[in-house]
Ligand binder design. Structure first.
Ligand code: HAM
Length: 418
């Protein structure tokens, strides 16, 4: 039997992992400029945290959650997204007393989807949640933060799609109009859309089914059902984005796959990843905290898919750094080599020790381990209190092929090579 990871789940290593880490580091640095603090929530929550909040008719709750009973017969779920967990944590930790809360998080999420490129069952998100601010400028700031991060990462192929889902009353009356409209075509709708017709007809608007899309083309427009407050809210968001010179496209069919949104909804769409065109998405969720049993505190946020961003990340330049191979010639020098390697590491140099095989073999091992400088010494060098510093394969380090350096000057010599 060959040991494989679970379908739709994979080991992250090498460049893919480096890319994800680089994205998280960059995003966290930028989020600090906007006063965000980190939060980490457990990967497992009581199922109720997600079940009602994400929407009974959503794909996530309907068919994608990893839900199981624990040994105590409690229903548990591996988190499919971060927002509900963060709100749960804000309530549990009584952070509702200290508003606003601006939180950034990242980590694995789980959805039982059909795996393909850019879509996994264990995938990684980075997200932010901004709680306790009902001004539309919070929405603007949130979108600006995501745009700032994507641009800094050098990701260029994306468009911000924007829509308003209005307030509850506007949405209710629009839903009524949609049910009336779609009911005329009920038998022609896809199975998914038929099941959503009465419970969440808005989702029919973003159906991927071609026939559903044809039927949706002539639906009544939401604008006619938006309250004047909702319209004014959205106008302010648009004005804010314009003043910050953030490009966006209005997309009246953008409704998002989770039920908790109101007012602003947005997605970062790319044309570079085929069917998985959403790099990230988010919006405002003013009713969510109260729905989860907390006080009525408004919120807005987004999450991006790290797996998808990593696929689009342009080559990123890491600073050329020294990787030092320590190579003693002669068994009796091994202890000195271990001492020197540790000294180098304590001084902040990435170092590896090569003890086995003839000299040629050890140089080859050092090359393979991507070392670019070797510190070599035998008993003669040691007697003279010197070491040989030899350039390995690296192209980035400007130095002679081989130099003798006083042992006491080694650290400063190596520092001068960076
Ligand atoms: P979401 O749109 O469900 O929103 O997910 C956000 C992003 O996660 C997607 O745009 C996509 O890039 C990535 N993603 C989702 N599913 C997968 C998958 N199976 N494989 C790979 N990547 C995936 C949320 O999760 C909301 N919590 C966002 C939010 C935060 N809204 C307010 N605050």
């Amino acid at each position: 039997m060959s040991l494989q990871p679970v379908r739709g789940m994979r080991d992250l290593l090498g460049e893919e992992l480096d890319r994800q880490k680089h994205i998280v580091k960059t995003a966290e640095e930028i989020a600090t400029l906007y006063n965000y603090e980190s939060i980490e929530t457990p990967i497992v929550e009581y199922t109720s945290v997600f079940k009602r909040t994400l929407g009974e008719t959503s794909d996530i709750v309907g068919k994608e959650m990893y839900t199981f009973s624990d040994r105590n017969n409690e229903s548990m779920t591996l988190r499919p997204e971060g927002t509900a967990s963060v709100i749960r944590a804000i309530i549990s930790e009584k952070l509702t007393q200290t508003l606003p809360q601006k939180r950034i998080y990242s980590g694995p999420m789980f959805r039982y989807e059909r795996p393909q490129k850019g879509r996994y069952r264990q995938f990684y998100q980075l997200g932010v949640e901004y709680l306790g601010q009902d001004s539309p400028f919070a929405d603007v700031e949130c979108i600006a933060l995501a745009d700032h991060i994507l641009k800094t990462l050098g990701i260029v192929d994306y468009k911000i799609n924007l829509n308003t889902l209005g307030d509850m009353e506007s949405r209710q009356s629009y839903k009524g109009a949609l049910i009336k409209y779609f009911s005329k075509y009920e038998n022609d709708l896809s199975e998914d859309s038929q099941s959503r017709l009465h419970r969440n007809p808005l989702r029919i608007l973003d159906s991927k089914d071609e026939n559903d899309q044809k039927i949706s083309a002539n639906t009544p427009k939401f604008e006619a059902y938006l309250s004047s407050e909702s319209k004014a809210f959205f106008e302010t968001v648009l004005n804010g984005l314009n003043i910050l010179k953030i490009d966006f496209e209005l997309n009246p069919h953008l409704v998002r796959g989770l039920d908790y949104y109101c007012h602003t909804a947005f997605e970062f769409k790319t044309t570079s990843l085929g069917a998985q065109d959403a790099l990230g998405g988010g919006g405002r969720y003013d009713g969510l905290m109260q729905q989860m049993g907390g006080p009525s505190i408004p919120g807005v946020g987004w999450a991006v898919g790290l797996d998808r961003l990593a696929l689009l990340l342009p080559e990123f330049q890491t600073k050329p750094s020294l990787r030092i191979a320590v190579i003693p010639i002669g068994d009796e020098l091994e202890l000195e080599a271990i001492r020197l390697t540790q000294e180098l590491r304590l001084k902040g140099f990435t170092s590896e020790i090569f003890l086995k095989g003839n000299l040629g073999k050890r140089f080859r091992q050092a090359d393979k381990a991507l070392c670019n400088i070797a510190v070599v010494f035998g008993s003669d060098e040691l007697a003279q209190k010197k070491v040989k510093v030899r350039k390995l394969q690296s192209v980035e380090i400007e130095t002679n092929k081989e130099t003798f350096v006083d042992s006491s000057q080694l650290i400063s010599h190596l520092s001068s090579l960076i």
